[in-house]
Design a protein around this ligand. Structure first.
Ligand SMILES: Nc1nc2c(c(=O)[nH]1)N[C@H]1C(S)=C(S)[C@@H](COP(=O)(O)O)O[C@H]1N2
Ligand SMILES: [Mo]
Length: 203
């Protein structure tokens, strides 16, 4: 739980819904979460397995969008990414985790962040199953990274040696996106660019 806000952020009462590529219809019978790439064993889980059988972690933490709004004290619940990585047996060459989604949205994060203690694949926010608007069936959540890394409608977690741009990184958003270091844009620009046209168009 954040005692204070990261630099350049302000609290708002509610989430603003961003769905740049639309909200996909999800057929739970065929839906699978896949763990792929530089692993000893590729994995596949149904939604039911994830919410009923896998270890879970729950905590309260804030959510921060790079455009400057933050939501205080959200209750998160999900499967630790670390646990999934252990099951898959991540190879030492892996440096990045790429989140890929049913709507085509993609977000890369450094492996250190993806395997940090509070990094989860969330299936609940504030005690409820994710709504379609909030990313049903799953979204990763890593409290110290900006919200654009919380890729809604997650379907694949890929471990990779190489960095790849995702949906927002193509437009200059940061490879890592740490909220406390104010990593909003590639090249280390922080709030200097907050009023740029790029920010106006962002999610
Ligand atoms: N699939 C998908 N995931 C996404 C986005 C999106 O447009 N599509 N927007 C991102 C951004 S910029 C933010 S701030 C959060 C917003 O989460 P919310 O829509 O639940 O408020 O989702 C992130 N994940
Ligand atoms: Mo965002």
């Amino acid at each position: 739980m954040a005692e204070n806000l990261p630099p350049g952020q302000r609290y708002v009462r509610r989430f603003i819904i961003y769905s740049a590529l639309g909200i996909p219809e999800v057929g739970l019978d065929s839906y699978r979460l896949r763990v792929t790439g530089l692993v000893e064993r590729e994995l596949e889980y149904s939604y039911r397995e994830i919410v009923e059988k896998l270890p879970r972690l729950s905590y309260v933490d804030d959510f921060h969008c790079v455009t400057g709004w933050s939501v205080k004290e959200v209750i998160w619940e999900g499967v630790p990414l670390r646990w999934l990585a252990e099951q898959a047996g991540v190879r030492p060459e892996a440096r990045w985790v790429v989140f890929r989604c049913l709507d085509g949205y993609v977000a890369p994060v450094p492996i250190e962040d993806a395997l940090s203690e509070r990094a989860i694949v969330a299936f609940k926010m504030n005690g409820s199953v994710l709504s379609p608007e909030h990313g049903f069936p799953l979204r990763p959540f890593i409290p110290h990274l900006y919200g654009w890394k919380s890729a809604k409608h997650l379907s694949e977690i890929e471990f990779s040696a190489e960095y790849v741009d995702g949906f927002w990184e193509v437009h200059g958003y940061h490879e890592r996106g740490d909220v406390w270091a104010e990593e909003r844009f590639k090249g280390g620009f922080g709030r200097h660019l907050r009023r740029s046209p790029l920010v106006g168009r962002s999610g």
